[in-house]
Structure formats: structure tokens, C-alpha cells
Design a protein around this ligand. Structure first.
Ligand code: PPS
Length: 277
């Protein structure tokens, strides 16, 4: 972990959830922003459409563990919406216990490890808060070793998957499914959340959250943080949004090494990722 996510540790762990809070939990770069936008549109797209053009997504769906020196500026506590939509990258064991006690709904998004790694690499290249990415070959090894901010991808996706088996208010979804059929995934989300949304609105939301639209939209593309925190000249936040970009990064030897290591770490046959071949 890094200081930005540990400085406020006690306060974050003692966070008081409300029963109607909705959590978006992900390993970094797995589709957090995409699903955050979908949730924000589902809940507030009709009743408060001005949100979409005036409030950046990181304020509409703030980051639970991001510590801010002035507590009055804390975006999660400043939320006035019902429900509150809250983002976290915590591995399952660090989610503040109040969320479990209130049986809050949690949406977990997972992305295949190879693309997740590549996306994280480019993020670390351009983000001033994260450790430097370094050379690709070093980053590759650190990812396999779990030496990443928020820890091991393998532990993260497995930890949340195991939790799903006993905690029914957890919806586990995959980035690759969202790419393949966004509308179907929005339907599943609506069923999980108990939302009744017309087919027309769902179709409209599907259009609004397509990659090109989110990339162009200043309220979803993080360009409002470009400069001090993110260096878009090195790599934009909305980079490619593709499945299989790992093929442009992995050498043959790295791919073989990855696959061998993956078999050792991913022992639960019920958790299957696509696009690894
Ligand atoms: S973060 O910093 O952890 O919150 O990042 P996160 O939002 O989880 O992940 C960023 C990656 O998701 C891609 N993305 C999308 N892909 C397809 N369609 C849509 N609408 C979309 N929105 C975000 C984004 O481009 C990053 O992936 P890469 O592979 O780097 O492009």
C-alpha cells in the first residue's frame, strides 16, 4: 500500500455505512470507472441529469480509502445522494466491517489478469501518486509477485469470489462480459439492485457508457485531474478499453511464465476468466 491509502486507516476502517450504500469494489484498472458511470446513470440519470455534465465521476462515486488531509473535504462524507455510491480497491478483508453489518449491496468487477496488468502498467507510468512503473519486464514480475498497490491480483479476485459464496448481496461481474454485451450486464445489474428501468433507458445508458463517449466526456475521462496527478501525455486514463491488449505487451517467454504461474495460483475451477489465450 502507499501513504495516500493508509494515512487515514483508522477512520476508513471505522467508516459508518448505511444499509442502502452501494459499493463498487475492484482491483485497480478492472473497470471501476465504467461500472461507476453505469450505476450513477441508473440511479440518478433521470432524476438529476445535470450530474453527468457538471460533476466528475470521482466525486459522484468517491474513493473510500483515498485520504485527504482536511476531513471536511472528504468526498465520501460529503455525499448527499441516496443511495451513496462508493468506490473501493480494498481486498475483501479490508472492507470496513460496517458494510457487512448493514448487508450493503456490493458490485465487484474483475478483469482478466493479463489485460489488468497492462492497464495497471500504463496507469503507473502516468500517475504521480502511484509508484513508478519502471521497465515493463520488472513490472511484469512485480505483478506476478503481488508487489502492487492493493496487493496481489490473484488474492484480490479470489478473495472476493470466495466471499460471494456466503454473502448474497455481492454481484460479481467481468470486464470482458461488459465489452461483449454491455446491455446484458446492465440488465443483470438492475436485477441484482432491484431496479426497474425501461428498456429505452437501459439502451440509452449503454450508449452513454461506450468507450468513445466516456473518453470524450470530461466528467468521466479524468482530464480534470490531468496535469498535477495524471500525465495524459504519457498515457490517458481512458487508454484503449480493449480485451486482449496484453498480446501487444507480453513476450512469448513472459506468456509461458505467466500461464505456468497462473495455474499454481488460480486453483478454484469455479472462477474462470476469458481472453487469456
Ligand atoms: S481505476 O483507476 O482503478 O479506477 O481504473 P478503472 O476504471 O478500474 O480501469 C480503467 C480501465 O478501464 C477502461 N475503461 C473502459 N473500457 C471499455 N469501455 C469503457 N466504457 C471503459 N471505461 C473505462 C480504461 O480504458 C482502462 O483500461 P485500459 O486497458 O488501460 O484502456
Amino acid at each position: 500500500m502507499i501513504k495516500a491509502f493508509t494515512d487515514n486507516w483508522e477512520n476508513v476502517q471505522n467508516f459508518q455505512a448505511r444499509p442502502d450504500d452501494i459499493v463498487v469494489a475492484t482491483y485497480p484498472k478492472a473497470g471501476t470507472t465504467w461500472v461507476s458511470c453505469i450505476l450513477d446513470l441508473l440511479y440518478f440519470g433521470q432524476t438529476a441529469p445535470e450530474r453527468q455534465t457538471s460533476i466528475p465521476i470521482y466525486e459522484r462515486v468517491p474513493f473510500l480509502e483515498m485520504s485527504i488531509s482536511n476531513p471536511d473535504e472528504d468526498m465520501v462524507h460529503k455525499l448527499t445522494t441516496t443511495p451513496r455510491l462508493i468506490k473501493t480497491h480494498f481486498p475483501v478483508q479490508f472492507l470496513p466491517k460496517s458494510f457487512w453489518e448493514h448487508n450493503c449491496k456490493i458490485v465487484y468487477v474483475a478483469r482478466n489478469a493479463k489485460d489488468n496488468m497492462v492497464s495497471y502498467y500504463h496507469f503507473d507510468r502516468m500517475n504521480a501518486v502511484q509508484p513508478a512503473a519502471g521497465e515493463w519486464s520488472d513490472f511484469f514480475q512485480r505483478f506476478l509477485d503481488g508487489q502492487m498497490v492493493f496487493g496481489s491480483w490473484y488474492d484480490h479476485v479470489n478473495g472476493w469470489w470466495q466471499k460471494k459464496k456466503t454473502y448474497s448481496n455481492l454481484h460479481y461481474m467481468f470486464f470482458e462480459d461488459l465489452v461483449e454485451n454491455t446491455e446484458l450486464e446492465i440488465n443483470k445489474l438492475c436485477s441484482f439492485l432491484g431496479l426497474s428501468v425501461s428498456p429505452e433507458i437501459k439502451q440509452h445508458i449503454t450508449g452513454q457508457v461506450q468507450f468513445d463517449n466516456m473518453k470524450e466526456n470530461k466528467m468521466t475521462n479524468y482530464s480534470t485531474l490531468s496535469g498535477a496527478v495524471m500525465d495524459f501525455k504519457t498515457s490517458p486514463f481512458m487508454r484503449k478499453g480493449k480485451v486482449g491488449d496484453w498480446k501487444n505487451h507480453f513476450t512469448v517467454a513472459q506468456n509461458e511464465k505467466f500461464d505456468e504461474d497462473y495455474k499454481q495460483k488460480m486453483k478454484d475451477p469455479s472462477l474462470q476468466f476469458r481472453s487469456l489465450l
